[in-house]
Design a protein around this ligand. Structure first.
Ligand SMILES: [Zn+2]
Length: 361
């Protein structure tokens, strides 16, 4: 049986009507995963389907089964190896009809798979991130290989989020730095949203824009502490990621979180080679687009350096010509979005000059 996996459209605004979808419960703290049972009780869920990856399943399956089955929950597991449409299809086809919530327990890819599988089953889902690598842990948006679009697709936001700082603090530091790159990208994303309002007269939500921008500003302010692994830096990053996802929920659009810097990152993705993490590519895109937008790009470079995130293409194995190509291709990724790339026409020479002048190449 083939189930059509159809992500919904983001366009849900008509006239001055505006729909906001937000998580119902968010729990952040050390060791909070132990409260999963009472968390699920509060959401009135009894049968759960947990999507997780091979590393996480080896660590958590036993303790989670003890927490849940001793409290009368029914637990099903899916171990995933790749975040693509085929994997989602398999989960959708195999899910027990009594399951009343999906749980994405893992990195960004795992959460995205659970998010889309739940959406296609009309089920709520719970996000339990094991790293702070991007804002998909709290947003309604998912990036999946094999979908017909190279950018994020729209599903539902999580009904609940459990961010256990002990688990997230154990993740490789590179993932945290990547999450910071994704967050710093909100600077150019919000600016692009303003540009769209100015040039096209489209909807712009001040509150959602300010919230997304605040997430970026906190990371820029705290960059040195985060880079030095100071106390509370994991909490700062995870709370900023949660707030950014909520900002997208308030906007009913990914616009406050994803602008031309994300288009640049998506353009690199469709070149076929898999270099660098999502937030690392977004960080490079933010440097480039900030310069184009006329905002303080040097401050962005400094923050990324302090966090130990890449600031040059070669840091993540990207050749100069791929960077230039991605700058030129970025505008074509989403013709429905107007960003700085629609306002300023770049040719090969000016794209090269942009990358060279910011030391990205
Ligand atoms: Zn992102």
């Amino acid at each position: 049986m083939t189930i059509p996996l159809k992500p919904r459209s983001e366009v849900r605004l008509a006239g001055n009507r505006h729909e906001m979808e937000l998580p119902k419960r968010i729990l952040v703290g050390n060791g909070v995963v132990k409260e999963l049972g009472s968390f699920l009780d509060n959401l009135r869920c009894q049968a759960v389907h947990i999507v997780t990856g091979p590393h996480i399943i080896a660590k958590v399956k036993k303790p989670i089964e003890i927490i849940l089955s001793t409290n009368g929950f029914t637990v099903h597991w899916s171990e995933i190896h790749i975040a693509d449409m085929k994997t989602i299809q398999k989960i959708v086809e195999s899910i027990d009809k009594n399951v009343d919530i999906m749980i994405g327990f893992g990195g960004g890819k795992t959460v995205d798979v659970a998010k889309l599988a739940a959406f296609n089953m009309n089920l709520p889902y719970l996000s339990i991130p094991t790293s702070a690598s991007h804002d998909g842990i709290s947003s309604p948006f998912a990036s999946i290989k094999g979908s017909d679009r190279p950018y994020s697709i729209v599903a539902n936001p999580p009904l609940g989020i459990i961010a256990d700082l002990d688990i997230i603090g154990d993740a490789p530091i590179r993932l945290l730095a990547s999450g910071c790159g994704d967050l710093i990208g909100k600077v150019t994303a919000v600016k692009d949203w303003e540009i769209e309002r100015t040039d096209k007269g489209s909807y712009f939500g001040k509150y959602a824009a300010s919230l997304a921008r605040l997430s970026a500003d906190i990371i820029i302010e705290e960059a040195k502490n985060i880079g030095e692994g100071k106390k509370d830096s994991v909490r700062d990053v995870i709370e900023a990621l949660l707030s950014a996802g909520v900002a997208a929920g308030i906007a009913g659009s990914s616009r406050p979180c994803s602008g031309s810097e994300h288009l640049f990152a998506h353009a690199l993705d469709i070149q076929g080679k898999n270099d660098g993490l999502h937030g690392e590519k977004v960080g490079l895109g933010t440097i480039l687009m900030a310069k184009l937008q006329g905002i303080n790009w040097e401050k962005i470079v400094k923050a990324l350096e302090d966090i130990h995130a890449p600031t040059k293409g070669k840091d993540i194995g990207l050749e100069d010509k791929r960077i230039v190509k991605a700058i030129l291709q970025a505008k074509k990724i989403r013709p429905d979005r107007h960003t700085i790339l629609g306002r300023i026409n770049l040719d090969e020479q000016s794209a090269f000059n942009l990358a060279r002048s910011t030391n990205v190449i």
